[in-house]
Design a protein around this ligand. Structure first.
Ligand SMILES: NC(=O)c1ccc[n+]([C@@H]2O[C@H](COP(=O)([O-])OP(=O)(O)OC[C@H]3O[C@@H](n4cnc5c(N)ncnc54)[C@H](OP(=O)(O)O)[C@@H]3O)[C@@H](O)[C@H]2O)c1
Length: 353
């Protein structure tokens, strides 16, 4: 059933666009008003666009009270919604973000909605090794009993060529290496939990934006790609593939830890800030965001549903999820344990761990 539903979610924009003229042609002779028809179509389209919604199978409050959950990039978009929902469920949420002033306003918004929520704001720049190490040290000094769930959510997409503090291409350095180092340093804290989880927010781009599906990908080439050879789409796709491979490897190497990765769907957030039209003609992005896109994309709260599913419900160790269900739409490299082990070796070598 879930397979059928996820197929429907994928083709829903096409179905819904086709249904518009066909539906109107059918309904017109009945005398139903155009507005009534459009209203009905809008509701149908929105319910398709939002995708599957998380349903917990364990009793929300009980499931998360007393648990410590850390979310990177928690100040906006999917990360913010994830923090809000986890806070509502009674978790102690560590909101990690690089800009403390943005973080403070996110925390204020969450506290106004969940007055008794437990939330701690911490500064973390995943593009800087020093920041990650300071962050982990500060976290350890809080002496919390354990870290139960780590949500590696922060991400940057298709930015112009730039590098992290250590000289790695920014998307690879932030999305993969930054989260790899963070997880590595937090592993002892995670392993103290009775049921630790790591949830890597990957992307469907892991499948579609890599050079070819069968040819092996030279991941190392993306870490220090030269500006002239930089393709922002491929680099994003590779960094997101690494997120998924990292989760699979973590599960394989740590029998007591459950790590999974996921595609949240295509969601209306600030992730598209580097799209060409947003940079050259910001008004085009604004008009699209206010008119067409809300019909076909998920809202942030809808986009965080698969993350919540992966944090709370029964999941398959190392699995890749979309629309709150396991997904088989993955790049073949992800299913190759030897390649996942190679990525671990490469990440350790690059990070000198
Ligand atoms: N939106 C989608 O359609 C979509 C689809 C597939 C996958 N995803 C994935 O979902 C995740 C969340 O994205 P989103 O859509 O919520 O995007 P977003 O609204 O742009 O949020 C991204 C978050 O990551 C943070 N971040 C970026 N660089 C960072 C760094 N160096 N150190 C620490 N934090 C950093 C941002 O901080 P600032 O606010 O300071 O910039 C922000 O909090 C990403 O991993 C993305 O790849 C999103």
């Amino acid at each position: 059933m879930q397979k059928i539903l996820s197929k429907l979610y994928r083709i829903s924009p096409a179905i819904s666009l086709l249904s518009l003229p066909v539906g109107y042609a059918v309904i017109r002779p009945t005398g139903l008003g155009l507005y009534a028809f459009l209203g009905g179509w809008y509701l149908l389209q929105r319910s398709c666009a939002r995708g599957a919604m998380f349903r917990n199978s364990t009793g929300l409050k009980i499931a998360l009270s007393g648990k410590v959950v850390m979310v990177t990039g928690g100040n906006t978009g999917l990360g913010y919604e994830t923090c809000l929902e986890l806070c509502r469920m009674g978790a102690h949420v560590i909101l990690a973000c690089r800009d403390l002033s943005k973080g403070r306003s996110a925390v204020q918004k969450i506290q106004s909605k969940v007055p008794n929520g437990k939330i701690t704001l911490m500064q973390l720049d995943l593009a800087s090794r020093r920041s990650i190490e300071n962050f982990v040290q500060e976290y350890k000094q809080m002496s919390l009993p354990s870290l139960d769930i780590l949500v590696n959510n922060a991400g940057v997409m298709m930015c112009p060529y730039e590098t992290t503090a250590e000289g790695w291409e920014t998307q690879f350095g932030t999305n993969h290496l930054g989260h790899y180092l963070l997880t590595h340093l937090l592993l002892p804290e995670l392993l103290r939990s009775s049921a630790p989880r790591v949830v890597n927010v990957s992307s469907g781009a892991n499948q579609s934006m890599t050079p070819t599906k069968e040819a092996p990908i030279d991941i190392e080439a993306y870490a220090k790609v030269a500006p002239g050879a930089y393709d922002s789409r491929y680099s994003y796709g590779v960094s997101k593939l690494c997120n998924a491979m990292h989760a699979r490897e973590l599960s394989r190497l740590n029998p007591t830890l459950t790590a999974v990765s996921l595609h949240p769907g295509v969601v209306l957030t600030e992730l598209g800030r580097y799209f060409a039209f947003n940079m050259t003609h910001p008004w085009i992005g604004w008009v699209l965001q206010k008119t067409l896109l809300p019909l076909f994309l998920k809202y942030p709260n809808e986009g965080c549903q698969t993350t919540l599913h992966c944090c709370i419900n029964e999941v398959k160790k190392g699995g890749y999820y979309a629309d709150c269900a396991i997904s088989s739409r993955v790049h073949p490299t992800l299913l190759d344990d030897a390649r996942c082990a190679d990525l671990t070796a490469l990440s350790k070598r690059l990070l000198k761990l």
